[in-house]
Ligand binder design. Sequence first.
Ligand code: AMP
Length: 115
Amino acid sequence: MTEPSIFTRILNGEIPGEILADTDRVFAIRDIAPQAPVHLLVIPKTQEYRDVTELAAGDPELLAEMVAVAKDLATEHADGEFRLIFNTGAGAGQTVFHVHAHLLAGGLDEKSLGA
Ligand code: AMP
């Protein structure tokens, strides 16, 4: 059996984390090491998809739900405009292999693409 990811453990209340959005299939938390004034993580409740390519192939509707949740959060926590980043692969900076989107918003530096 796969070990629960850090995000699953936060969802289950085993590790502290403020849940900022909670739908049937998606939740969101604040990133512990923010790289922008608003830096949230939008995460499917299932950890069966390791990255966005697997998610897009396996459940495109769930990916679309993540985007809809991101939009709502950007409106709630910033001015509605946002950057959505999926690090995909260790070489691209992915450290948690439970797919998640970095939602960056609120006074973004135009030159910075990093999450
Ligand atoms: P990635 O490097 O794209 O896999 O993103 C993983 C993100 O999870 C990083 O930005 C971390 O700062 C964040 N992170 C790791 N542990 C926690 C935690 N306990 N609570 C919130 N965010 C976390």
